[in-house]
Design a protein around this ligand. Structure first.
Ligand code: 2M8
Length: 459
């Protein structure tokens, strides 16, 4: 990170904020990988790691690469990148469901015989190729570590390709271009009202007994999922474990099977990044054709999910055979993926700026809440039910830039940096008061701040 001249107030503050963000990543650095948060999340989370690598690139290219390499070391034989890699040194009751809970559930895991388990059996949105590509971009812009970044891309390309192939096949048996998730945790937007109706249809069976640990780490329990939702989360884990995490068996038996539009939109962008990587590493032409086909299919699938009444893109419940019509940030997925006709994207930008999202006049900053304040299940403090998530805004900014909306992206970035200016790097933010909620010192929040700050300096 470049230092800023002391006579220049705002730049000085930006330099200070970058130092604070880098300090958060240092504090959460466990030696080659980064825990998601100091106490609430003591392990390595999949999509958190990708964002973390983007931030780390501004500090140390090799360390950024190591973040992704260490996650990919735990990739499953079928290509799946697990949603959590457990930290063997984390205290036994620091996180539930932890490694003991997942033990013996994963014959496909690279370390299947390990007790306790090294990974969870779920996955999360595939930001990794985006992060890998960004590492080289940052190296080039800083003129530092370019050869390290290129070597890293050569080393991880095949793993990233296998990961995307897993999503395009095991998670899309319908060839729809849309990814099927087996658990709300796979969406990353776990507690979102997007999943409410589909979860309602999940009947919790007998004998569920467990102790929640998440509530010990937050001041206010209303910031976390309600008990009824949590029971369903744990019950679904139980059902997935009973199949041995076998995707075909889950497809046949699970009561929760949903086409997730935001996950799918991220995959479209990740495939674009993977295609760029394939060109850089001179991957076989056949691979590149395959990736192009995935991109096309992804756009097509998202187009199909357009709902002309709500004017949003909607998730689809495969079990119930219906759309899930809640107004959340996922509805803006075509803005994340760059899909659909220009007129539709224009109307989505208007929706983004409308009182349904970032244009609500009571918001502390003009940033989109995770769930629209107009939704009956909106909750400004409960995670994914309303608070603002800086990482989603990072993805949105980055995607808007790629779609030629640089000015719109700049506005979002500056408002986001104001949100993060107090240096607490909250997990999420109350949309009306701006209060940081969940965990302080959340790694991915610090990471996206670093990337945004570098972008501001470059202007
Ligand atoms: C939250 O999810 C975990 C389960 O994966 C939890 O609530 O215990 C989500 O915000 C998820 O998107 C994120 O990756 C994880 C760690 O930051 O926390």
């Amino acid at each position: 990170m470049r230092t800023t001249p002391s006579q220049d107030g705002p730049r000085q503050e930006a330099g200070e904020l970058a130092l604070q963000a880098a300090a958060v990543l240092r504090k959460n650095d466990m030696g080659g990988w980064t825990r998601a948060a100091p106490t609430l999340y003591p392990h390595q989370w999949s999509w958190d790691s990708a964002f973390i690598a983007i931030g780390l690139a501004h500090v140390d290219i090799r360390r950024a690469a190591a973040e992704i390499r260490s996650l990919l070391n735990h990739q499953w034989k079928n290509g799946k990148v697990p949603h959590i890699v457990f930290n063997p040194a984390a205290p036994p009751d620091s996180y539930f469901p932890g490694p003991e809970h997942w033990a013996s559930a994963a014959p496909d895991a690279p370390d299947a015989s390990s007790h306790p388990a090294m990974t969870s059996g779920l996955c999360q949105p595939p930001v990794h190729a985006i992060a890998a590509r960004r590492i080289l971009e940052v190296a080039e812009s800083r003129n530092e570590g370019i050869e390290d970044a290129r070597r890293f891309l050569r080393d991880v390309y095949a793993k990233l390709f296998a990961w995307h192939r897993y999503l395009a096949t095991n998670r899309d048996r319908e060839n729809s271009g849309l990814v099927t998730i087996f658990h709300p945790w796979e969406s990353g937007t776990d507690n979102s009202p997007r999943w409410f109706e589909a979860l309602e249809r999940v009947e919790v069976g007998e004998g569920l007994s467990y102790e929640r640990l998440d509530l010990k780490h937050v001041k206010d329990p209303s910031e976390r999922p309600v008990q009824d939702t949590y029971d369903r989360f744990i019950w679904l884990v139980e059902l997935i474990k009973r199949t041995g995490c076998d995707d075909s068996a889950i497809y046949t038996t699970s009561p929760f099977l949903v086409k997730d539009v935001l996950f799918s939109a991220i995959l479209v962008r990740a495939n674009e990044a993977l295609l760029e990587i394939a060109e850089i590493v001179e991957a076989p032409y056949g691979d590149r054709d395959t990736i192009r086909a995935w991109i096309q299919r992804g756009h097509g699938g998202l187009d199909e999910r357009w709902d002309p009444e709500l004017e949003l893109c909607l998730d689809y419940d495969l079990r119930a055979g219906c759309s899930l019509g809640t107004r959340t940030i996922a509805g803006l997925s075509p803005l994340f993926s760059g899909s659909g006709p220009a007129a539709r994207r224009k109307s989505l930008l208007e929706t983004l700026d409308s009182p349904f999202f970032a244009g609500d006049p009571d918001l502390r900053w003009p940033l989109p809440p995770s769930t629209s304040p107009g939704e009956p299940r909106f909750h400004p403090r409960s995670y994914w039910r309303g608070p603002v998530w800086p990482v989603l805004n990072w993805l949105l900014c980055w995607s808007l830039e790629r779609s030629g909306e640089a000015e719109r992206a700049g506005t979002l970035r500056r408002a986001s940096l104001e949100q993060l200016a107090d240096g607490r790097f909250g997990e999420y933010y109350e949309p009306f008061t701006g209060e940081p909620l969940g965990s302080d010192g959340q790694s991915w929040t610090a990471a996206v701040a670093l990337d945004w700050l570098a972008n501001e300096e470059a202007l």
